[in-house]
Design a protein around this ligand. Structure first.
Ligand code: PAF
Length: 272
């Protein structure tokens, strides 16, 4: 893969990478389409990365659909599928990991210790192997996008990180491979996630700047739906994820709700 990318670069081709763990949905395909518009060659990686799953998480159960993924990727116009084995990526005696510090220990990182160490490490490896000029990450995993952007800044990786849109189901739920674990009724309940983000935007428009006041309103709305629990609601500066009490500048409002044991992430980025 490295030799192929190197020769494509020598031929003057622009390479875009879309890293995925497979089980592709329309959200992933939008990222591929975005990459296709900007690059001569688009590489989609499919690798379910054991290093980002904690003990008791769903690594072995994680949905895998390699054949149908390949068809979808081809139809979306990408050129190369990079699908390494776990042994290719983590051979015996592998021992170097990237520690993202506090940025990787807050929010999702607090609930899933070691998760961002695994994400940062695999992304660093994928960047070194596929040598892209840019890589596209979806906004749905907002903290992941911010962590990778920070890693690229901190370690001087020579590529651009591009934000892809949040793609939603007809109910308005941010697309996720974990929808495979939800019933139709769960998805209907999950509509409240987007409604709560819209409520936050309306409150901000009315001049409310207190994170705790907005959080209270969002919780009240979400918890009015039976069977829907808030894990957290957070307000962070988009540039570096610094937690905010008073909202100003570019702010990411993110939340996780739990429905039928499945954690659903969503966020919106507001300019104030
Ligand atoms: O978002 C994902 O699917 C994964 O975290 C990623 C970026 C492919 C790294 O394994």
């Amino acid at each position: 893969m490295q030799a192929l990318s190197e020769s494509l670069r020598l031929d003057g081709k622009t390479i875009g990478l879309v890293p995925t763990m497979g089980a592709l949905h329309d959200g992933h395909l939008k990222l591929v389409e975005k990459a296709v518009k900007r690059a001569d060659i688009v590489i989609v990686s499919i690798f379910v990365n054991p290093a980002q799953f904690g003990p008791g998480e769903d690594f072995s159960k994680y949905p895998r659909a390699f054949k149908s993924d390949c068809l979808k990727i081809e139809r979306a116009g990408a050129n190369i599928i990079f699908h390494p084995s776990v042994d290719d990526i983590y051979p015996p005696r592998f021992g170097t990991y990237i520690d993202m510090g506090w940025m990787g220990e807050m929010l999702e990182g607090e609930r899933r210790p070691g998760h961002f160490k695994g994400v940062a490490t695999i992304c660093a490896k994928l960047f070194n192997i596929t040598k892209p000029h840019f890589a596209v990450f979806g906004q749905k995993d907002g903290q992941q996008l911010a962590v990778i952007r920070q890693m690229v800044r901190d370690l001087n990786f020579n590529l651009e990180i591009i934000k892809g849109p949040i793609v939603r189901t007809k109910e308005g739920v941010a697309m996720s491979s974990r929808h495979a674990y939800l019933s139709e009724n769960d998805l209907v309940k999950a509509q409240v996630i987007k409604l709560s983000l819209e409520l936050a935007r309306r409150l901000i428009k009315r001049g409310i700047r207190s994170a705790s006041a907005i959080e209270r309103w969002m919780r009240k709305l979400i918890e009015s739906v039976p069977g829907v629990k808030v894990d957290y609601i957070a307000f962070n500066r988009w540039d570096d994820l610094a937690p905010l009490k008073k909202l100003s500048g570019e702010v990411m409002i993110s939340l996780v709700v739990v429905i039928s044991g499945v954690r659903l992430l969503d966020n919106t980025i507001v300019k104030i």
